[in-house]
Design a protein around this ligand. Structure first.
Ligand code: ME8
Length: 516
């Protein structure tokens, strides 16, 4: 087992509104990845937070008639609450309005400006800007309708002309292509990688990186009137979070470069083109990998305030509980593709996999142990072919899940575990331990042991996905905390015979679809 540290981040969200399920989804998936790495025995640092500068924040606050800081404070609090409601295991929550982040952003700016080539220069930006995307666009990327122009996201763009600082992005074209070439796993999923490579090959323009028409941002060092373009400071959060500019700090040395940035598919360019170029310019190592997940729709439709179908993640957690919500997204959406939410799909998925499959197996085996084995882990006798087959299948499922998680294919990992649980349910039904009670109690004990050990081995990886419920299951099996690792899950038959177990209690209640 490798004990290499692992640094993973979510994107930081704009707190211009309350969090929606797209934000919740990204948090959940990243948390599952972080928890899995901890189960591997790695020291993990998991960062999430809010991206509080930029013109979008200014405009939203103006619409609400409140100071920008008030808007940022209110909604940043909501994002923090969401992390807690979803039972996230983040080690830090960064807000880009914090002093530590101002220091880091100004420090990286200076490094880029001082770089041998002098990567920052003053000029005038003339071009299109999308406030909703907080992004600049070339004329060629836009579509036109009724005299208005729109970015690929559908957001309207506006013409801006202002004196700004530029980052010499054009100088990084070849170095970026070399980076992608040398690191085939830098961008995932694969199709995204090809898109980015052709974008970079088509030629990179220098990037405007300061704004002069508003002041809600981090001041550019020694340049009165200029604040940093929001994406310069936003991306920098990933190094602020581990102590930059103190590159000698223990945190920075241990965790930078980040192992994985988890983001949505709309912001790949920022993470795989701009960010590595900034890092190279500042003389810092480039992150190892970026995984872009898909977008969520609701009942097949895009979420929007006007359609009134924006789902409040707090309400979801309130109705179904955090583990059900987590599980649904992790299993139902193929990570990297778009996904759809509906109450019905959630209820069906959670009932089928958690209540009827995992919950059922645990409850049936544990209550038989309670009644027939004096509430103690039974003795294991000689193994039959059927026992050996289910044990081997569980081992295989754990290996498949590990391979999937190495690629962040969370849905495949959960799928492998659930498939093994189905087989275990079939094994239990076929062995009919209840019928063995009178005829062959020793054989009954073996079947119950094999089943309980199977629940143990499959509940351990479930700690990454449904942490609270899986922990309750492991409590009921008397599994000590230090035995809750993937190595321990690979160890066969390590439940302690004769260990006294607590009274079994159902962990997964069947869900009802809420009334519309
Ligand atoms: O982009 N489904 O912030 P953000 C799935 N501040 N994911 C979604 C989604 C949906 N419907 N809507 C948004 C920003 N996301 C920047 C990031 S990082 C240095 C700065 C994802 O609040 C989106 O793709 O618009 C992004 O990864 C995250 O939620 C935050 O989006």
């Amino acid at each position: 087992m490798t004990a290499k540290p692992f640094y993973v981040t979510t994107a930081i969200s704009y707190p211009n509104g309350a969090p929606h399920i797209g934000h919740a989804y990204e948090m959940i998936a990243t948390d599952a990845i972080a928890r899995w790495k901890r189960l591997e025995g790695r020291e993990v640092y998991f960062l999430t937070g809010t991206d509080e500068h930029g013109i979008k924040m200014v405009q939203t606050a103006a619409k609400e008639g409140i100071p920008v800081r008030e808007l940022a404070d209110r909604n940043a609090g909501e994002f923090k609450n969401l992390a807690a409601a979803l039972n996230l295991s983040n080690d830090d929550f960064i807000r880009t309005t914090e002093p530590r982040h101002h220091d880091a952003s100004q420090a990286i700016w200076k490094k880029m400006a001082e770089n041998a080539g002098g990567d920052i220069f003053q000029s005038t930006y003339k071009g299109w800007y999308s406030v909703r995307d907080e992004a600049y666009f070339d004329e060629a990327e836009l579509t036109e309708k009724d005299g208005k122009r729109f970015a690929p996201s559908g957001a309207e763009v506006e013409w801006v002309e202002e004196p700004t600082y530029f980052f010499r992005l054009s100088a990084y074209q070849q170095r970026l292509l070399d980076l992608y070439e040398a690191n085939p796993d830098f961008i995932a999923p694969k199709e995204r990688r090809n898109e980015i490579i052709s974008f970079v090959k088509s030629g990179l323009q220098d990037l405007s990186i300061s704004r002069t028409t508003f002041d809600w941002g981090i001041p550019v060092p020694d340049a009165p009137g200029h604040v940093m373009y929001v994406w310069v400071d936003a991306l920098t959060n990933y190094i602020t979070g581990v102590g930059y500019p103190d590159v000698q700090s223990a945190l920075f040395r241990k965790f930078w470069p980040a192992d994985l940035h988890v983001i949505g598919k709309d912001i790949i360019r920022f993470h795989t083109v701009y960010w590595p170029a900034f890092l190279m310019s500042a003389g810092l190592d480039v992150q190892h990998r970026v995984f872009a997940h898909g977008f969520l729709t609701v009942d097949g439709q895009k979420m929007s305030k006007s359609l009134g179908n924006v789902i409040d993640p707090f309400e979801l957690v309130e109705t179904f509980g955090p583990d059900a919500v987590r599980y649904f997204f992790l299993r139902e959406v193929s990570f990297g593709n778009d996904g759809d939410y509906s109450n019905e799909k959630l209820v069906n998925r959670v009932n089928a996999d958690l209540a009827n499959n995992l919950g059922n197996l645990a409850q049936r085996s544990l209550s038989m142990i309670n009644k027939n084995c004096e509430g103690r882990v039974p003795e294991l006798g000689a193994l039959t072919d059927a026992d050996k087959a289910i044990i081997a299948e569980v081992t295989e499922a754990l290996e498949t899940a590990q391979k999937a998680m190495d690629q962040q294919l969370v849905h495949e990992a959960t799928g492998a575990i659930i498939a093994a649980l189905s087989s275990a349910n079939n094994y239990f039904a076929a062995q009919e331990p209840w019928a063995l009670k009178k005829t062959d109690p020793a054989r009954m004990a073996t079947v119950l042991y094999v089943t309980a050990d199977t629940v143990r081995r499959l509940a351990i990886p479930m700690l990454a996905f449904v942490p609270a419920s899986a922990a309750r299951l492991l409590d009921q099996l008397g599994v000590e905390n230090d035995a809750r690792t993937l190595d321990a899950a690979l160890n066969v038959n390590s439940l302690l015979a004769n260990c006294e177990l607590p009274l079994p209690q159902g962990v997964f209640a069947r869900l009802e679809k809420p009334a519309e």
